[in-house]
Design a protein around this ligand. Structure first.
Ligand code: CA
Length: 407
């Protein structure tokens, strides 16, 4: 275990990251940050500015504060952890990661899942509708999404029970019921909403998104493709998705991802005015993308490396679209980016695409082949982004193992 005060510059949990999680230690759960392989027990530090919020067993109270508070907390912690004279005393407020249990970090409010990768939407369109246009006519005009089930969002490490449901292949005369035989993953980025609740009828603009985007988590939108394919017309995903969604325990703040902001790959046609970004003082735009590299591991074999920078829609645009009808948002809301797929085969963020619906199975390092998940399989998402001055911002991991269907 590395010395938390003498980490290599490229350590993914150095002083430029400082994500938040909820950890359990000695019988109580509270909010912590992370330095190297240690949890920083925030509320135990004398003079901690948000000790009341950090003493809670969730991030809920801290999420309900403001962008100014989040920045103040980050500056305080960065200064404290960098102060050589403070370090001996601070050591008593660090707990080794392997001595804690990480919990679901916040109470998930409304959950929305988008579909913001052009490569993913094109691949799925080709697979599900081989005789039609790959992209639907609306796709480049609005970030498509649906409302999901917040109560089944679980923290990384929670086992996933194979869902049962109806399925019917086009050639079958009638549907059958049983455990899904096409269980899949979707590697996504989840955006955690914070700040003041908004008012009915008052949209959040693209330029206001910083006030409401607290941070990100890794998100795996487990998907039963056979259930989904039979049920999704005309109202979209339902039971093929709602059985479980996994998120990583560490919430990496949008402030820590400042250096990872990049231009979007390009939007043509130009979106309607309410979805357009505005130039910012540093020459960027409020409708930014994010440079985050993912690894997808299937039973320990690296099978894909989806690049988030290829996503078509900005998180700020997704937030603006989600509220443009006057719908409210509140701290604790969560929205997923949609599956992250790049243009190459080894950049696809779902096994549906990676195996091209079972036609091109994936070979794992033990020599076995897979198209969809088998009982006992484990999938782990990992990701990292560039930080300032050559540093690395780690997003940690999001993992889940498949349990057989409940009889
Ligand atoms: Ca999804």
């Amino acid at each position: 275990m590395s010395d938390p005060f003498d980490l290599p510059a490229a350590h993914p949990f150095g002083i430029h990251n400082l994500p938040y999680a909820v950890f359990e230690h000695d019988g109580t759960s509270r909010v912590g940050s992370r330095l190297g392989d240690h949890v920083v027990d925030l509320c135990s530090i004398p003079g901690a500015p948000y000790a009341d919020a950090w003493a809670q067993p969730s991030l809920d109270a801290f999420l309900a504060l403001t962008l100014a508070d989040w920045r103040h907390a980050r500056a305080w912690l960065q200064e404290l952890l960098s102060d050589r004279e403070e370090q001996p005393a601070l050591a008593g407020h660090l707990i080794a990661l392997d001595e804690v249990t990480l919990r679901l970090p916040f109470t998930v409010g409304d959950y929305v899942d988008f579909y913001a990768s052009e490569h993913h939407a094109t691949n799925v369109g080709r697979i599900f509708r081989p005789d039609g246009e790959a992209l639907t006519p609306n796709w480049k005009h609005l970030p498509i999404g649906y409302h999901g089930r917040s109560g089944t969002v679980v923290v990384s490490g929670t086992e996933i029970i194979r869902p049962c449901g109806q399925r019917k292949a086009p050639s079958d005369p009638a549907p059958v019921f049983g455990p899904s035989i096409r269980l899949d993953i979707e590697a996504e980025l989840g955006f955690v909403v914070g700040g003041s609740p908004t008012t009915l009828g008052r949209p959040v603009s693209v330029g206001e998104s910083d006030e409401h985007l607290f941070g990100v988590v890794l998100l795996n939108d487990w998907s039963a493709r056979d259930i989904q394919a039979w049920e999704y017309v005309p109202l979209g995903p339902f039971l093929g998705k709602s059985f479980a969604t996994s998120i990583s325990p560490w919430v990496v703040t949008m402030e820590a991802l400042r250096a990872a902001r990049v231009a979007l790959p390009g939007q043509d046609p130009e979106p309607l005015p309410y979805l357009r970004g505005e130039p910012t003082a540093d020459g960027a735009t409020t409708a930014y993308g994010l440079d985050i590299d993912y690894d997808v591991e299937w039973n320990g074999t690296l099978v894909s490396r989806p690049p988030y920078r290829t996503m078509y829609w900005s998180p700020a645009q997704m937030l603006a679209h989600m509220t443009v009808n006057g719908a409210t948002i509140a701290p604790g809301d969560l929205f997923g980016s949609g599956t992250i797929s790049g243009p190459e085969r080894d950049q696809r963020g779902s096994f549906l695409e990676l195996s091209w619906s079972g036609q091109e199975p994936v070979t794992l390092s033990d020599g076995s082949t897979r198209s969809f998940l088998e009982d006992g399989d484990t999938v782990t998402l990992r990701a990292s982004a560039p930080g300032p001055d050559g540093s690395v911002i780690g997003l940690g991991e999001c993992t889940g193992r498949i349990r057989p269907a409940t009889p």
